[in-house]
Design a protein around this ligand. Structure first.
Ligand code: AMP
Ligand code: MG
Length: 348
């Protein structure tokens, strides 16, 4: 399996769960010790360059940067086993954004194409410390386009990722090779696109069992990623795998008009995106199917009615995962100055 050496190193580290955990506790609690070293000074400069590149690219395509919300009465419920964080907002429970997905659409309606660099909190399960891909506090560059399809969002994701990698290679390519042993390749469009069903078949063939009705399991995702040398898409996820806001294809019930982009070399998921459900009755039904009370989403449902048809598509790209990929790091806890990981307390 052609895993990147840093991903393979993480695999080795987590074999002994107890000693890995003790090691990670130190890493998190004394993060100033490594953050000031030459290696991480480069990592944080690369991260800044990646953000600069994404802004430059999106601005040139007519996007407008918007300030993201930090708290609200509701936040993204589709967060795969993580819990939301709450705060007491004058006697009412508000949520800290797990993602600001519900808050993108009306600004896309206002401005056409928007993005924000959005801080997210997800109380991920304790076992997520072993994946290398999960922080509790992380940033997403989240964008949304009014009147776009998910195919257009995939095309844009392709161009964005190619642009960022090229930019970082131009500015830091030599230093990345010299200091981190990271070689970045220049990718070409189009990236391979698998339907979820095809991706599941491929994973099953490689020995990773995954139901065609379920989200790709972390292990299967990593295996698929390791089989590729270029980023690739998985699209048309089954309903139930995702949040209520991913639009169900009216012609293909049970199939969502959504996608993920995966990095190669075992780094795994980079992006999740979709067309949005916008029929008010469908939204209510989908919220109920997800086991939630539509009353919770009062403002969102009212907005969907008043701005009907609020037809948008977009995606979010995790900034720390992008940095991990660009620098060839073992895990996202190396791609953040003040890493917060599940169940480890103390430190900055
Ligand atoms: P999601 O809506 O769960 O697909 O999240 C959007 C993007 O944010 C993902 O594609 C990842 O790149 C990133 N992301 C999600 N959860 C985390 C996490 N716990 N830690 C770091 N990055 C994350
Ligand atoms: Mg996702």
């Amino acid at each position: 399996m052609p895993l990147h050496p840093a991903v393979a190193e993480l695999e080795k580290m987590v074999l002994d769960k107890e000693s890995y955990r003790r090691w990670l506790e130190e890493w998190v609690r004394y993060s100033w010790r490594w953050a000031v070293s030459e290696k991480y000074r480069l990592v944080f400069r690369v991260q800044a360059a990646a953000l600069r590149a994404m802004r430059e690219f999106l601005d040139s395509r007519g996007f407008v940067e918007v300030l993201p919300p930090i708290i609200g009465p509701v936040t993204d419920p589709g967060i795969r086993g993580a819990r939301q964080a709450s705060i007491d907002f004058y006697g009412v429970e508000y949520k800290v954004m797990s993602s600001a997905i519900l808050y993108k659409q009306y600004m896309a309606r206002a401005l056409g194409k928007i993005y924000f660099v959005s801080p997210n909190i997800r109380l991920e399960p304790p076992e997520s410390i072993y994946t290398g891909r999960h922080l509790v506090e992380f940033y997403q560059l989240d964008l949304e386009m009014y009147g776009a399809t998910y195919i257009e969002a995939m095309d844009l994701a392709e161009d964005l990722v190619i642009y960022v990698i090229r930019y970082v290679r131009d500015v830091y390519g030599k230093e990345l090779e010299e200091k981190l042993g990271r070689q970045l390749y220049d990718f070409e469009r189009p990236f391979k696109r698998y339907t979820h069903r095809e991706a599941v078949e491929l994973a099953n063939k490689l020995g990773c069992r995954n139901s065609p009705w379920e989200e790709l399991a972390w292990e299967c995702e990593k295996l698929l990623s390791a089989q590729h040398t270029s980023p690739f898409f998985v699209y048309d996820f089954p309903k139930g795998a995702r949040g209520f806001y991913d639009r169900e294809d009216p012609e293909r019930p049970g199939v969502l008009r959504d996608f993920d982009l995966l990095y190669p070399e075992g780094f795994g998921e980079a992006i999740s995106g979709a067309e949005r459900e916008y029929e008010p009755e469908r939204l209510v039904e989908r919220i109920r199917q997800g086991g939630e009370d539509p009353a919770k989403y009062q403002w969102f449902l009212q907005m969907a009615k008043e701005l009907y048809p609020l037809q948008t598509a977009g995606f979010g790209i995790g900034v720390e995962r992008l940095t991990r990929y660009l620098c060839g790091l073992r895990a996202v806890w190396e791609a953040r100055p003040y890493p917060k990981v599940a169940s480890i307390v103390g430190g900055p």
